[in-house]
Design a protein around this ligand. Structure first.
Ligand code: RIB
Ligand code: CA
Length: 314
């Protein structure tokens, strides 16, 4: 029985690869994809989500637009990383498939209330605004969510948008606070993992060698996406963040971490959006998240490359 998931996303080149990995994997049933404002504004993230579904030859996927801005703070975007349209690196045609009428937050609530309790996993790949708004609008969904497996935060690796905070959490720290206090089982794929998953030249060459159009799209997107971090970190390749959420669902044995308390800074401007992780158990705070800090990066790229090869060529 395939695992039912809803992907919440702000594509974003790395989000795009995560969506393609999910759509290429029969172990997962993507019930729907909700777009959120993050890397770039909502108008672009919902359009990009549909562009990516069409790269996977999946115009049947239901795509919804969610929150247009964070719950409290003004929207901060990341065109400096992702480019002006969020999928810079290769020109993709305007989508033909429709955007669903229903608001993404209402879709999340409706789906969780309709599907059997405890069977749907939420996979946020961007700011947590849609997830927090759904939990606030209908608190009953909290006990019905199987798990929230998200990309966000950092502890040993610090931050990437400020010295203290990772982008997804920083953009909507209040939403993250709602989610981490919701009592829903949470798995965190933070910078501590994604900084060990680098898009090296060899790994991108292996993806390009698949020699299909979807593989060329991924290789081109990653070659654009990595340039900012290669410059910043002085590495061969850059961290590949969001696909780790999907890879964790497919092969959890690639990852390791520990259950600990994670709380979100929502008051200090200096550390706004920091994930304060009690990794060493120095408090008696509730262990509300499984915080992952290690990954078999070669195993991740073998899985990603093998799955991308399954996408129909066109
Ligand atoms: O900090 C990395 C995260 O921020 C990724 O999800 C990337 O897509 C951006 O949203
Ligand atoms: Ca993202």
């Amino acid at each position: 029985m395939a695992r039912k998931i809803i992907i919440d996303t702000d594509p974003g080149q790395d989000d795009a690869v995560a969506i393609l990995l999910a759509l290429a994997s029969p172990e997962l049933e993507v019930l729907g994809i909700t777009a959120v404002a993050g890397n770039i504004p909502l108008k672009l993230t919902q359009t990009n989500t549909r562009k990516v579904c069409e790269v996977a030859s999946r115009p049947d996927v239901k795509v919804y637009a969610g929150a247009v801005r964070p719950m409290v703070r003004p929207l901060v975007t990341a065109e400096h990383v992702h480019g002006d349209n969020g999928l810079n690196g290769i020109e993709l045609p305007e989508p033909v498939m429709p955007l669903q009428e229903q608001h993404g937050v209402d879709y999340i609530i409706e789906t969780l209330m309709k599907e059997e309790s405890g069977t749907v996993t939420l996979c946020p790949l961007g700011p947590l605004t849609n997830i927090a708004m759904a939990l606030t609008r209908e608190p009953k969904i909290a006990e019905r969510i199987k798990e929230i497996v998200l990309m966000g935060g950092g502890y040993f690796e610090g931050g990437n948008i400020t010295p203290a905070a990772e982008f997804n959490i920083y953009v909507d720290p209040h939403a993250a606070d709602v989610v981490f206090k919701s009592g829903v089982p949470i798995v965190v794929l933070p910078l501590d993992v994604t900084h060990k998953v680098l898009t090296t030249e060899k790994r991108i060459a292996a993806i390009r060698a698949i020699n299909t159009h979807p593989a060329e799209v991924v290789a081109s997107l990653l070659e654009f996406f990595e340039r900012f971090d290669e410059e910043k970190y002085g590495t061969d390749g850059g961290p590949l963040h969001d696909p780790n959420v999907i890879a964790y669902l497919l092969k959890p044995e690639l990852y390791s971490g520990r259950h600990c308390n994670v709380e979100i800074e929502i008051y200090s401007e200096l550390t706004m959006g920091e994930t304060v992780v009690d990794w060493w158990g120095v408090t008696d705070r509730t262990k509300n998240a499984y915080f992952i800090n290690d990954v078999d990066a070669d195993g991740f790229f073998s899985l990603l490359t093998e799955r991308l090869a399954r996408l129909p060529n066109y």
